[in-house]
Ligand binder design. Structure first.
Ligand code: COA
Length: 331
């Protein structure tokens, strides 16, 4: 397939991580676990945990400021602000509206998008569509997650996996530059919703004393099933996105995958035919920050010079829903 002409390009990226580092040994003081178990099964050594008083909107707004600075965009120029989050600060209004107020993006339409760990790729694709329709010149796409607020800290099977952080990107029409989003493939399967979910606290099972006593407002996961589905879905999404972009695995300069588990990353890269020296990995430092992992990794990869003008980058993610997706970009 011929490489399509991109419509929208990323002109700035940013990230924000709380300073507070929690190591595997720190967790082993409170849970029946060990650094050896966590590191060998997941590749995670430490994660950032937001302190009390630092919320999802803060993580997102700080990442957004960095992306806007690089893109040279003033708050009033943003036409659309999409925030992907699985950890909104409040059920009403959206975290996007809170971030809009912090940033002063008074001319933007602002809303949250919920696609769990795949959220940033979904949001970039939605923003691209808005730009393609001629409805926006500047799109701000933010991923912000305070996973520590929904983790069951007494459950060693989930508590050791997650961390907090925010990432962001500014998207603009590319006006013939040839750089930008080449393709994307998004998919979901609601039949598998109960593999990773929060049973209570929503409209089905509103907050009550029993919800709180039994921890039904916290995240639950079937790890093994998630693992199998993640590898299969991400490998397939990579193939489809590369095919739509007219690229083969050999053309990819860097794969920026969702950072949930090093074993999932390695298996996905293997199936996609991309060697590990062309795969960006930072899961050891941050754990799984849900939708924030891809933009944080993307921003770090750019900072480290692993993404340069002309690079072909493939991003891929997987998460609750189930949702999954991949996007090919030329930078
Ligand atoms: N520390 C020590 N032991 C632990 C542990 C921990 N943190 N968590 C689980 N165990 C134990 C289990 O209780 C089990 O013990 P048992 O054999 O006595 O019953 C044993 O380790 C093996 O558990 P299992 O769940 O089979 O391990 P696993 O090899 O499948 O690894 C995950 C568990 C969670 C690391 C792995 O399934 C995984 O990464 N899944 C995907 C999760 C994910 O990425 N979710 C987000 C998607 S966006």
């Amino acid at each position: 397939m011929k490489t399509p002409t991109p419509i929208a390009e990323i002109t700035g990226t940013g990230r924000f991580l709380p300073d507070n580092i929690v190591t595997n040994d720190d967790l082993a003081e409170k849970l029946d676990t060990s650094d050896e178990w966590i590191h060998s099964r997941t590749g995670i050594s430490e994660r950032r945990i937001a302190p009390d008083g630092m919320f999802t909107a803060h993580l997102g707004a700080e990442a957004a400021k960095a992306a806007m600075t690089e893109a040279g965009v003033e708050p009033g120029e943003v036409d659309i602000l999409i925030v992907s989050t699985a950890t909104p600060d409040r059920w009403l209004p959206s975290t996007a509206c809170d971030i809009q107020a912090v940033l002063g993006c008074k001319n933007a339409v602002a809303f949250d998008l919920m696609a769990a760990c795949t959220g940033h790729i979904y949001a970039l694709s939605m923003a691209e569509g808005y730009i393609a329709a001629g409805r926006a010149e500047v799109a701000l796409v933010v991923a912000a997650e305070k996973m520590s607020a929904i983790v069951d800290w007494s459950d060693r099977t989930t508590a050791v996996l997650f961390g907090d952080g925010g990432g962001a990107a500014v998207l603009r029409p590319c006006n013939g530059s040839g750089r930008g989003i080449l393709s994307s493939h998004l998919q979901s399967d609601g039949n598998l919703a109960d593999l990773l979910y929060r049973p209570g606290g929503g409209a089905i099972d509103p907050v009550s004393q029993s919800v709180l006593d039994e921890g039904r407002h916290l995240m639950r996961m079937h790890g093994r099933e998630i693992f199998k589905n993640a590898v299969r879905s991400m490998a397939e999404a990579c193939d489809i996105a590369m095919n739509k972009a007219g690229l083969t695995a050999n053309d990819i300069d860097l794969l920026v995958p969702h950072q949930a588990n090093i074993r999932i990353i390695e298996a996905t890269a293997k199936y996609a035919g991309i060697p590990m020296d062309k795969v960006f990995v930072n899961v050891e430092k941050y754990g799984n920050m849900s939708s924030a992992t891809v933009p944080v990794a993307f921003d770090e990869a750019r900072e480290q010079g692993r993404v340069v003008p002309g690079s072909n980058v493939l991003t891929v993610a997987f998460g609750a829903g189930l949702t999954w997706g991949a996007m090919a970009l030329r930078m």
